[in-house]
Design a binder for this molecule. Structure first.
Ligand SMILES: *Cc1c(COP(=O)(O)O)cnc(C)c1O
Length: 427
C-alpha cells in the first residue's frame, strides 16, 4: 500500500485494521485520532474534540507541548540510547533535577508505570531483608482492595479485578489486601509479622476516582512510620499536578516548589511516578527514595535497557518545568472546584447522574444504572458526537480528566457539552 492510499483511510477502515491485526486487549471508543494540540485532539476526518481523558493523566501538560516536543526532538537528533553500560551526559543533570524537584536523595529511572511499581516492590523487599532484618522470602506488602498498579504478573497477583487476573496465575505471594480508606484495617495488618511496606494510591484512579477521607493518607503514613514499615505512594496517575497539588500526598498545599515543611505533606518513603512525567511524549517513569532505602540496590541487581536514556531525561526535565512554569497545580485546583460545582448543578437537574467526586482535575461522575449496564459507555459515545472524549471506568462511572493547561473559558465550553449531552440523553 502506498503512503498516499494510507493517508486516505477513514476511521472505519482504521478501526477494522486494528481489529483484524491487533490483539484485542482494549475496547476503545470508536474514534480514530490523528492530531493533538493542547486540550484538543482531531480525528482522521478532521473533527475536533476536547480530550477529557488525557491518556489516563499522562498528558497533563497538554498534547504536543512545544517545550517538551522541542526537548525531545533536539535530544533525538543528538543521542538516543547508550544503555546504562556507559554514562550519558543527560542522566546526571536529570537525576539532580528530579531529586531536587521532589525532595528525595535518589531516583531510579524506569520507563512505564508498571515497571516503576515492580521496582518499588523489589526495593521494599530488599530493604526489609537487609535493613529491617525480616527472614528471607518472608516479607509482606500491604495493598488495598480495588487497587490498580499495572499489568505485570506480580502486580496482577495482588489485584482483585477478575478480568485482570483470571487465568494469569500462578501468582506471586507476599501481599496482604485490606479495604481502601480503612485505617483500622491498616493498623491490624501492620500488626502482622514480617510486614515491609504499604503500597497505596492516594486516590484510586482506575477504581473510579475513589477519593479517601482527608486524613487517610497522612494517618496511614504515620501508622507506617510507627511500625517501621515503608509508606509507598503510587502517584503514577495522581501525581504531577493532576489533583491540584504537585503530588496527591501534598494534601492541601498548592505550591509548585515542593515544600517538605507543609503540615499536610505525607512524604512517601518510596514515591512512584510515571505518565505525566513525560507529558505523554515518551514512556518515562521513576522511583524516588532517600539513601538509606535506595542504596540497598547495588550494581547488577536491577535495571532496564531504556531506563534513564538521554531522550527520557531531557523530556522529563522539560515536562516538569512546564508544570512549574505554567502553574498547573493551581490551575487544576481552581478549575477542579469549578468543574465539580458545575457538575452538581447538572446533577440537580437530572437523575441520570447521582454524584461527582474527585480532586483537582481528576474527577468522575456516577451514572445511575447497574454496573454491568451500557449506560456510561453510551453517554461517552454521545459525548464524543458532541465533541468531548471521555471513557467509562469500572462500573457505571465516567472519569473526567482534561489536560491541566485548560482555560476557564474552555472548561465552561466543556461543561456546556456535558450538560447538553446528559440532559438530552435517552437510554
Ligand atoms: C497507569 C497506572 C500504572 C501503570 O502504568 P503503565 O505505564 O500503564 O504501566 C500504575 N499505577 C497507577 C496508579 C496507574 O494509574
Amino acid at each position: 500500500m502506498s503512503e498516499l492510499t494510507r493517508e486516505k483511510l477513514g476511521s472505519a477502515a482504521l478501526i477494522e485494521m486494528e481489529d483484524k491485526h491487533g490483539a484485542h486487549n482494549y475496547h476503545p471508543l470508536p474514534v480514530v485520532l490523528a492530531k493533538g494540540e493542547g486540550v484538543y485532539v482531531w480525528d482522521v476526518e478532521g473533527k475536533k474534540y476536547f480530550d477529557f481523558l488525557s491518556a489516563y493523566s499522562a498528558v497533563n501538560q497538554g498534547h504536543c507541548h512545544p517545550k517538551i516536543v522541542g526537548a525531545m526532538k533536539e535530544q533525538a537528533e543528538t543521542l538516543t540510547l547508550t544503555s546504562r553500560a556507559f554514562y550519558n551526559d543527560a542522566l546526571g543533570p536529570y537525576e539532580q533535577f528530579i531529586t531536587n524537584y521532589f525532595g528525595f536523595d535518589k531516583v531510579l529511572p524506569m520507563n512505564t508505570g508498571a515497571e516503576a511499581v515492580e521496582t518499588a516492590i523489589k526495593i521494599c523487599r530488599k530493604w526489609a531483608y537487609e535493613k529491617k532484618g525480616i527472614a528471607e522470602d518472608q516479607a509482606k506488602i500491604i495493598v488495598c482492595e480495588n487497587n490498580f498498579h499495572g499489568r505485570t504478573t506480580t502486580i496482577v497477583s495482588f489485584s482483585n479485578d477478575e478480568s485482570a487476573r483470571k487465568n494469569f496465575g500462578p501468582f506471586t505471594p507476599g501481599f496482604i489486601r485490606i479495604p481502601y480508606n480503612d485505617l483500622d484495617a491498616l493498623a491490624s495488618a501492620l500488626a502482622e509479622e514480617n510486614v515491609a511496606g504499604f503500597l497505596v494510591e492516594p486516590i484510586q484512579g482506575e477504581a473510579g476516582v475513589f477519593t479517601p477521607s482527608e486524613d487517610f493518607i497522612p494517618k496511614a503514613k504515620e501508622l507506617c512510620n510507627k511500625n517501621g514499615v515503608l509508606f509507598i505512594a503510587d502517584e503514577v496517575q495522581t501525581g504531577i499536578a493532576r489533583t491540584g497539588s504537585l503530588l496527591a500526598v501534598c494534601g492541601n498545599c498548592t505550591c509548585e516548589n515542593h515544600c517538605e515543611k507543609q503540615a499536610t505533606y505525607a512524604k512517601p518513603d518510596i514515591l512512584i511516578l510515571g505518565k505525566a512525567l513525560s507529558g505523554g511524549a515518551y514512556p518515562v517513569s521513576a522511583v524516588l527514595a532517600d539513601d538509606e532505602i535506595m542504596m540497598v540496590i547495588r550494581p547488577g541487581q536491577h535495571g532496564s535497557t531504556f531506563g534513564g536514556n538521554p531522550v527520557a531525561a531531557k523530556v522529563a526535565i522539560a515536562a516538569l518545568e512546564v508544570v512549574r512554569d505554567e502553574n498547573l497545580s493551581q490551575n487544576a485546583r481552581r478549575l477542579g472546584e469549578l468543574f465539580r460545582s458545575e457538575m452538581n448543578k447538572i446533577i440537580a437537574k437530572t437523575d441520570l447522574i447521582t454524584k461527582v467526586r474527585g480532586k483537582g482535575l481528576l474527577n468522575a461522575i456516577l451514572v445511575n444504572d447497574t454496573p454491568d449496564s451500557e449506560t456510561a459507555w453510551n453517554i461517552c459515545v454521545a459525548l464524543k458526537e458532541n465533541g468531548l472524549l471521555a471513557k467509562p471506568t469500572h462500573g457505571n462511572i465516567i472519569r473526567f480528566a482534561p489536560p491541566l493547561v485548560m482555560t476557564e473559558a474552555q472548561l465552561m465550553d466543556c461543561v456546556a457539552i456535558i450538560e447538553k449531552t446528559i440532559l438530552e440523553f435517552k437510554k
